[in-house]
Write a protein that binds this ligand. Structure first.
Ligand SMILES: Cc1cc2nc3c(=O)[nH]c(=O)nc-3n(C[C@H](O)[C@H](O)[C@H](O)COP(=O)(O)O)c2cc1C
Length: 406
C-alpha cells in the first residue's frame, strides 16, 4: 500500500465553531502521521467545542486564536508568518460564520487575518453546518466569492447531522480531507493511475562465488526513467540489477542479480503493468556450470561453457495485452538503426530507444545519452546529446502521446 507522504509540507489547519470540530483533531493527527508540519488555528467558537491542548498535543506546535497571540514569539507578526510558511491552508470545519467573515475580508481573529495576508493558493475549505445554513443564499454567495479567490471547496457530505435530520452539511471524513490535500499538493501528472514497470542495470552471471560475467550498464538511464514516471504520477516498480545508485523515492524497488532472477521478477509483473520499459542490459549468455568454490589460478581454466538465457523482451512482447505499451532499448556498436529496427519488430515494441554505445557521451556509465526513437511505421527520430534525465522526459512525452493518440 502506498501511504500519503506529506513530509516537508507545512499545513495551517483552521478550525471553526462546529460540533464536527472534534473530527478535526483526528485530521490533525493524520496529517502529522503523514509527515506534515501542522499549525492549528482555532476560532473563539471552536474553543467552545474542543480544547487547544488537544491540538498542540497532536501537532507539537503552538495553537493560536487571537490576532494578538504570539505563537512565534514577539519578533514575528504571527498572522503574516502563517501566511508566509503555509504550503496550504485547510479550514476544517469551516462554519457558516467563518465563510462569511472570509468573504467579507474580515481580519478580526488569527484565522481570518492570516488568510487575508495570504495572496497565493492553495486554500482548502471543508464546510460543515446545518443543511439549511449551507443552502442559504448568503452562504452560497460567500462560497462563490471565495471560489473566485481560487479557494477549493470540498463538498460537505450528505448524512445524519447532529440535530437529527438527514441532509447536506456533514464534514467529510478526515481520510477524504487528507486525500484532497494530497491531490492539491501533488497534482496527478499525465501518468497518473498507470502502473509502470521499469528494468535497469546490468545483470551479473556467476562463474564462481567471487567472479561473474557482467556488462558496463550503470543503471543511470533506467533509474532516470523510473524517477520521471513517478514524478508524473505513475505507480512505479523498478526491477534493478546491481548498480551503485541510491534507491529512488516513491518507487517500489526489486533487486535482482542474474538474467534468470530478472526474468522471474519481470515476466509476472509485466503481465499486469500498463507500461513496461526495459532499459536493463540483460546477459544473453550465462555459464553452464557455476563452480562451488573459487577457481584457482594454478588449476587453470581454458574454457567457460555458456548457455543462452531466456529472452525476457521476447516473452513480454509475445504476451502483450491490448492497451499495454512496451518500450525497449537497443545498445549497439554497429549498424545501430538496422539492428534497432529488427528488435522493434521482433520484440513487438511500441517504442525503441536506440543508442550507439561506442560514441563518447552516449550509453553506459555516462550522465548523457544520444538516442534515436523508433516506432513501427514511422521515420527514426534522432535526438541531440542530452542529460539522461531529459532523455527520460522525452521518452515519457512520446509514450503519453502514443497512448492518447495525440
Ligand atoms: C451546539 C452548536 C453547534 C453548532 N454547529 C455549527 C456547525 O456545525 N456549523 C456552523 O456553521 N455553525 C455551527 N454553530 C454556530 C457557530 O458555532 C456560530 O455561528 C459561531 O459564531 C461560529 O464561529 P466561527 O466562525 O468562529 O466558527 C453551532 C452552534 C452551536 C451552539
Amino acid at each position: 500500500m502506498i501511504t500519503v507522504n506529506l513530509s516537508g509540507k507545512t499545513i495551517i489547519l483552521g478550525v471553526g465553531g462546529s460540533i464536527s470540530a472534534y473530527k478535526s483533531a483526528d485530521l490533525c493527527s493524520k496529517l502529522v502521521q503523514a509527515g506534515a508540519n501542522v499549525y492549528p488555528i482555532l476560532t473563539r467558537a471552536a474553543l467552545k467545542f474542543v480544547g487547544a491542548p488537544t491540538f498542540w498535543g497532536l501537532a507539537a506546535n503552538p495553537v493560536s486564536t487571537d490576532t494578538f497571540d504570539e505563537p512565534f514569539g514577539t519578533r514575528e507578526i504571527a498572522h503574516l508568518r502563517y501566511a508566509e510558511i503555509a504550503d496550504i491552508f485547510v479550514i476544517a470545519p469551516a462554519s457558516a460564520d467563518v465563510l462569511s467573515r472570509l468573504a467579507a475580508g474580515a481580519a478580526d481573529d488569527m484565522l481570518s487575518a492570516a488568510l487575508l495576508a495570504r495572496t497565493t493558493e492553495p486554500v482548502l475549505i471543508c464546510p460543515a453546518m446545518n443543511t439549511d445554513m449551507w443552502a442559504h443564499p448568503a452562504t452560497q454567495r460567500n462560497r462563490a466569492i471565495l471560489e473566485g479567490y481560487g479557494y477549493t471547496f470540498l463538498e460537505p457530505g450528505v448524512g445524519r447531522l447532529a440535530e437529527g435530520v438527514v441532509g447536506a452539511g456533514r464534514l467529510p471524513e478526515p481520510t477524504e480531507i487528507v486525500e484532497a490535500i494530497r491531490v492539491i499538493l501533488f497534482p496527478p501528472g499525465d501518468l497518473g493511475g498507470l502502473h509502470v514497470l521499469v528494468t535497469a542495470g546490468g545483470t551479473q552471471e556467476p562463474i564462481d562465488p567471487v567472479r561473474f560475467i557482467g556488462n558496463r550498464s550503470s543503471g543511470k538511464m533506467g533509474y532516470a526513467i523510473a524517477v520521471e514516471a513517478a514524478r508524473r504520477g505513475a505507480t512505479v516498480t523498478l526491477v534493478s540489477a546491481p548498480v551503485s545508485l541510491t534507491a529512488p523515492a516513491d518507487v517500489e524497488l526489486v533487486s535482482v542479480q542474474t538474467a534468470g532472477e530478472m526474468a522471474d521478477a519481470v515476466i509476472p509483473r509485466a503481465a499486469v503493468a500498463d507500461i513496461v520499459v526495459q532499459a536493463a542490459a540483460v546477459a544473453d549468455f550465462r555459464p553452464v556450470q557455476i563452480a562451488a568454490d573459487k577457481l584457482k589460478k594454478r588449476d587453470g581454466v581454458s574454457v567457460i561453457e555458456l548457455k543462452e538465457t531466456l529472452d525476457i523482451a521476447a516473452v513480454v512482447g509475445k504476451h502483450k495485452r491490448p492497451g499495454q505499451t512496451l518500450v525497449g532499448f537497443a545498445a549497439e556498436t554497429t549498424d545501430v538503426l538496422a539492428n534497432a529496427q529488427e528488435k522493434l519488430t521482433a520484440k513487438n515494441l511500441d517504442l525503441l530507444v536506440a543508442n550507439d554505445v561506442s560514441e563518447p557521451g552516449s550509453g553506459f556509465g555516462t550522465d548523457t545519452n544520444r538516442v534515436t526513437f523508433l516506432r513501427p511505421g514511422a521515420e527514426p527520430e534522432p535526438l541531440p546529446q542530452l542529460p539522461k534525465s531529459e532523455v527520460a522526459r522525452e521518452l515519457w512525452n512520446r509514450v503519453v502521446k502514443l497512448r492518447t493518440g495525440a
